[in-house]
Design a protein. Structure first.
Length: 210
């Protein structure tokens, strides 16, 4: 009788273990790769990803990080999802960003690939320049009709922002004979400008932001 009970307990334990393993098995694997400048495929290790369920704000987002092989796995219930990086990947002077939708079906496993083919790729220098231009545009709006400092190669003077496009009016002598002109908004921010008009008789010129 004791042997029978022991055998039944062993069978129950085995069945329970199998069920737990089946429930905990990952059904979604992410693979992150990029192509380098020599056209070699490179795995992206230790890359944090965020997974959100589509049209379900109440569903808690999941976070995973790729292994040395560029993969990450987790278990998700059936539904529609989107995976995004915690922040864009910068690699060889390029920025890679993803917003990849995918669907999970009950009883099926899937692999979601994030690669150079489905990434939004931007030259890193262009990305930085874009942020600077955007910031400058906000400052134009804030400082319109305000006073700024105009710096030429031979000296500095004051100027006025007169429109949202960044047109600045200043005295001609401030930028006279200057090949490089900068407009300084404050202690930390200055942008390049170029002269659009140079009329000594009117004693004014308007450098345009670039």
């Amino acid at each position: 009788m004791l042997k029978t009970k022991f055998a039944l307990l062993c069978v129950f334990a085995v069945v329970l273990t199998v069920q737990v393993c089946a429930q905990s098995a990952a059904n979604v694997t992410f693979k992150v790769t990029v192509v380098d400048n020599s056209l070699n495929l490179k795995n992206v290790p230790k890359f944090p990803l965020i997974i959100r369920k589509t049209n379900d704000a109440a569903f808690p987002e999941s976070k995973v990080s790729t292994t040395a092989e560029g993969t990450a796995s987790l278990t998700l219930p059936a539904g529609n999802y989107v995976v995004i990086p915690e922040k864009a990947l910068t690699f060889e002077n390029r920025s890679f960003d993803w917003k990849q939708p995918f669907s999970v079906e009950s009883g099926k496993t899937i692999t979601v690939e994030l690669s150079s083919d489905n990434a939004t790729v931007v030259d890193a220098a262009t990305r930085v320049a874009g942020r600077d231009i955007s910031r400058g545009g906000e400052m134009f709006k804030t400082l319109r009709n305000g006073v700024v400092t105009i710096m030429g190669e031979l000296g500095a003077g004051t100027g006025f922002i007169i429109d949202d496009a960044g047109l600045v009016l200043t005295n001609q002598h401030v930028i006279d004979q200057s090949n490089e002109i900068r407009v300084r908004f404050d202690k930390y921010t200055a942008v390049k400008a170029r002269s659009l008009s140079n009329q000594p008789s009117l004693e004014n010129s308007g450098p345009k932001f670039i």
